[in-house]
Design a protein around this ligand. Structure first.
Ligand SMILES: [Zn+2]
Length: 98
């Protein structure tokens, strides 16, 4: 017999489960117990108080890991990125089309 996957059970907890999964969880002791445990876990998580940092902890974290500054990325030469093979800028339009 095929049992519900964890994805099936999580979908049921979210109210989005398939009809097959819902019927199976109601008929199968193992999947029913697993589904009930998931419902209880979700309820426990929702009951947790919201925890927020009292203030910005980034300075303390930064000092703790020893990061001083993000190194700048290397830039390519402007000659290779802005000019075509003739050496003329790609962004210059021919004057005859104005
Ligand atoms: Zn089952």
């Amino acid at each position: 017999m095929m049992h519900c996957t964890m994805d099936d059970l999580l979908a049921l907890v979210a109210g989005e489960g398939s009809a097959w999964a819902r019927q199976h969880a109601a008929a199968c002791a193992a999947c029913g117990a697993e589904l009930e445990a998931l419902y209880q876990r979700v309820a426990q998580l929702k009951a947790l108080p919201a925890r927020r940092s009292a203030r910005d902890r980034w300075p303390a974290v930064r000092d703790g890991v020893g990061v001083s500054r993000v190194s700048p990325r290397r830039r390519r030469s402007p000659d290779s990125s802005c000019s075509d093979r003739s050496g003329r800028s790609r962004w210059t339009r021919p004057s005859s089309r104005v």
